[in-house]
Design a binder for this molecule. Structure first.
Ligand SMILES: [Zn+2]
Length: 265
């Protein structure tokens, strides 16, 4: 089985950690990024996220759930200092590309921490009932990616329900990647994704970095432990149906994400 890097997990409860480790092993996941949520959200779980990464340092990486409207850039430095190796953004009060957030992004870039952004619709659950999904659109990442070429950005859920924005932003920005987690793979056919991710390394209309569209897509599960294998299967169906070559499949499962996550803290 091809080794998989999962760029989008959330912390299980402490008594579910062993089951998560087993689910990763069963699915062929060799590295998983656990995305923390700030304490202002319910449930805040940055501490749980870091504890998981400390318990299984070769399997898990902890990314810091920044409180975008309360934390300053120094919070990101402190997070790095205690062992977080990336940043997660969700639920801003202003659009992601609001100038007020740039100091956070610039600090992440300075520290070479990649930033994963929740994009699009967010579950209407306790802790997220104030969220305005329109402030988390993929097109905002297009602006950020071109203003901040040193920053590595990952957009979650392919911008669902605005995947067209995600695709075009992906094409023009070498530092912008996307995962396909969430409901998109449940209600969109592989052909739909093939139409959006259409450009080839050798053109015509090649991306500026001459990358194939699918070389910018990473694996993300974003589900509870028992459902992880099902998301792996959904990705495999897309790759099989679109007849992506082995080189591209390796990049989606592993190689592109390996460059983003880097070595353990
Ligand atoms: Zn998520």
């Amino acid at each position: 089985m091809m080794p998989i890097i999962d760029l989008h997990q959330h912390a299980p409860t402490p008594d579910g950690l062993d089951a998560r480790v087993q689910a990763c092993r069963d699915a062929g996941i060799v590295t998983a990024v656990i995305l923390g949520q700030p304490e202002s959200r319910v449930p805040g779980d940055n501490a749980l996220t870091l504890a998981a990464a400390r318990a299984y340092p070769t399997l898990f990486r902890a990314w810091y759930g920044v409180d975008m409207d309360a934390d300053g850039p120094d919070a990101i430095t402190r997070a790095r200092d205690v062992g977080f190796t990336g940043v997660k953004c969700i639920g801003p009060k202003r659009a992601y590309n609001d100038p007020g957030y740039f100091p956070l992004y610039e600090r992440a870039a300075d520290l070479q921490l990649p930033v994963l952004f929740h994009l699009g619709i967010v579950a209407n659950t306790p802790g997220y009932q104030d969220c305005d999904s329109n402030l988390m659109r993929a097109i905002h990442l297009d602006h950020l990616a071109r203003c901040l070429p040193e920053l590595t950005l990952i957009g979650a859920h392919f911008g669902n329900p605005w995947p067209e924005e995600a695709a075009m932003a992906c094409r023009w920005n070498p530092n912008l990647y996307f995962d396909l987690s969430g409901s998109l793979l449940k209600y969109r056919r592989p052909a739909f994704l093939g139409e959006l991710l259409w450009w080839k390394a050798d053109g015509p209309y090649a991306a500026p970095d001459r990358s194939d569209a699918w070389a910018k897509i990473v694996f993300g599960s974003d589900v509870a432990s028992p459902a992880i294998a099902d998301v792996v299967n959904d990705y495999a169906i897309v790759m099989d149906t679109l007849k992506l070559d082995d080189g591209l499949c390796c990049r989606i499962w592993h190689d592109t994400a390996a460059r983003i996550v880097g070595p353990p803290a």
